[in-house]
Design a protein around this ligand. Structure first.
Ligand code: AMP
Length: 303
């Protein structure tokens, strides 16, 4: 099944206790596309970059079977830029700078051939832009998943709430769930958020795993205990890519299958954090994904 991915394609500058990078290629959509490319080869990208964005990075996405027809390249403009610094525990980070640049006036145009994509991943981006993409679909996708972050809650909460009314699944981290619901307990937060529109909610808790809520059930997957975590940037997006890629591959959106998709998302996130930026996602193989999937299942299986 085809997967339409919307989100930032960006430059990031990252600082972790293990090192620092200057501008490297990142962005929510970049991580989502790379991660989902291990599950489906029908990935359609809608995003925007400036003239400063390297052609080689676009080619890298094309090599992963990503259709970049919906990636606008704005002459004379600069690519979205984000910089962040992680605390010692790597679970928390501070955004040091967000330069919207090309995003400021971004009008997403969904190419006609993308408008009937069966799965839609509204990756982290301005909520009004996420909504505009959904509104251009000629057929309601089988599943619409939205990811967002505190930045958009701080500045565009009303737009976000409007977008949430039309989606099936919301993925956010624990702090964002608290911010959105104004509830500290994640169980209470989930109840409230599930009244805002989404039928399912995924709360990512970094090294403490992820929770999948429906109105009546809850499922938990721990994170894989890793020897080395270098850079958590993009973990949430790699999770979303694995989750959506798996659902698009299996074409089954039942709660039972979403549980398996959460496992695949967790596996993809575990690779992402082992090297800076997108590097690890460009190095792994299907065999490595299969081994880790088994390791994760074995982690919680008692005989
Ligand atoms: P994650 O660590 O999964 O939350 O995603 C990190 C990626 O999100 C980075 O590559 C950034 O370029 C991108 N990013 C950071 N801030 C924003 C924002 N406000 N909107 C969209 N993408 C962002």
């Amino acid at each position: 099944m085809s997967l339409l991915v919307v989100g930032t394609v960006a430059f990031d500058a990252i600082e972790t206790p293990f090192g620092k990078t200057d501008k490297i290629v990142g962005g929510a959509a970049t991580y989502i596309c790379l991660s989902s490319s291990f599950f489906t080869n029908k990935i359609n990208l809608v995003s925007v970059v400036g003239e400063d964005f390297p052609g080689a990075a676009i080619q890298m996405l094309k090599n992963k079977s990503v259709n970049t027809k919906g990636l606008q390249i704005k002459k004379g403009e600069k690519t979205f830029f984000w910089s962040g610094k992680y605390h010692n525990d790597m679970n928390n980070r501070d955004t040091l700078e967000t330069q919207l640049n090309v995003l400021e006036n971004f009008n997403p145009l969904v190419p006609d051939e993308f408008k009937r994509s069966e799965f839609l991943m509204l990756g982290n981006l301005m909520p009004s832009v996420q909504k505009k993409v959904l509104d251009q679909m000629t057929k309601r996708p089988k599943l619409v998943v939205l990811d967002t972050m505190n930045f958009w809650m701080d500045h565009f909460m009303e737009d976000l709430k409007e977008a949430l009314e039309s989606v099936d699944v919301l993925t956010i981290n624990d702090e964002e769930a608290r911010q959105l619901s104004k509830e500290y307990s994640l169980v209470k937060a989930a109840k409230l958020i599930l009244q805002m529109g989404p039928k399912y909610l995924i709360i990512k808790k970094g090294e403490h795993g992820a929770l999948l809520f429906s109105k009546t059930s809850v499922f938990f997957v721990p994170a894989l205990p890793l020897e080395e975590v270098f850079d958590p940037t993009g973990a949430g997006d790699s999770f979303a890519g694995g989750f959506m890629g798996y659902l698009a591959k299996t074409n089954d959106i039942s709660f039972e299958n979403m549980k398996r998709a959460v496992i695949q998302g967790t596996v993809m996130a575990s690779f992402c954090v082992e090297k800076f930026g997108t590097q690890k996602l460009t190095e792994i193989t299907q065999g490595k994904i299969d081994i880790r999937t088994k390791e994760l299942i074995d982690l919680v299986k008692a005989t």
